[in-house]
Design a protein around this ligand. Structure first.
Ligand code: UDP
Length: 250
């Protein structure tokens, strides 16, 4: 597959439709897939804490969920085809699963009740979709509580799990636990998508998305994100420096 390096992470250069086809191809072939969808904040988090590289880099499918990563690829002279929002892939994959024989989805993450509501709304929208189970995201991510969640997922027989614990917690969780879920074919780190499917959060209006300003809409809705977003100027500045160094951090 065509990979594009952005600050030490190898992104798959896929459109939304190609990403979906890749996931379904791997699902049908019985290959386990970890799908991660980092935005610029997460790429910057890797630069600031290099111990995150092997975790984020362990994805089998790595797509840019943010205009910042797409712009950085352009700055580096190796453009990515497009932003591929995790929330869109999650929705399209749910629609596709509804048409597939013998596949079922487990929703993990979000505040109590959110995953249940998301499951109801997704099955209303895609009647053929089989929900294997749901669990909120507020449990100890190691030890007995975590083991109980793993057992619940195994018992559910789910072939696909949406892991919505926020980044990079969800990527760490998938990295640490995928081997304990050998029958799960797709583990997708999808951040706040569960809130969107449940209707407890809304995506930006289309005009913001089209203008590449979804991040700005999110900042207006959740001003406490300003601290995280201050990483963006650092990310762009660092990308120019990375380019001048011949695609190296140091
Ligand atoms: N969350 C969770 N468990 C936690 C912390 C967060 O399930 O221990 C959920 C939270 O309820 C929300 C999602 O993770 O549904 C994080 O959403 P956010 O939009 O912050 O995602 P990010 O931008 O960090 O990927």
């Amino acid at each position: 597959m065509n990979k594009i390096d952005v600050r030490g992470l190898a992104f798959d250069n896929l459109t939304v439709e190609e990403t979906l086809e890749t996931l379904l191809g791997r699902l049908r072939a019985g290959e386990q897939t970890a799908l991660f969808t980092p935005n610029a904040e997460i790429v910057q988090a890797c630069v600031d804490d290099p111990s995150l590289y092997p975790i984020i880099g362990s994805a089998d499918v790595l797509i840019p969920d943010g205009i910042g990563v797409v712009k950085a690829a352009r700055i580096l002279g190796t453009p990515l085809k497009e932003k591929v929002a995790g929330v869109v892939i999650g929705e399209k994959l749910a629609a596709a699963l509804a048409e597939e024989e013998g596949q079922s989805l487990f929703l993990l993450g979000g505040k109590p009740q959110v995953a249940e509501t998301a499951a109801c709304r997704l099955t209303e929208k895609y009647p053929g979709l089989s929900i294997a189970g749901v669990h909120d995201g507020y449990f100890q991510k190691e030890g007995p509580e975590n083991e109980a969640v793993l057992e619940e997922i195994r018992k559910s027989g789910a072939s696909v799990v949406y892991v919505c614990l926020g980044a990079p917690a969800q990527e760490k969780w998938i990295y640490a636990n995928r081997a304990a879920l050998p029958d799960v074919r797709i583990l997708a780190g999808l951040g706040g998508s569960v809130d969107i499917y449940a209707g407890t959060a809304k995506r930006a209006p289309k005009i913001f998305i089209r203008l590449g300003l979804e991040w700005f809409y999110r900042l207006l809705r959740e001003p406490k994100r300003i601290g995280r977003m201050m990483n963006l100027p650092k990310f762009y500045f660092g990308t120019w420096r990375y380019k001048l160094r011949g695609n190296k951090e140091k």
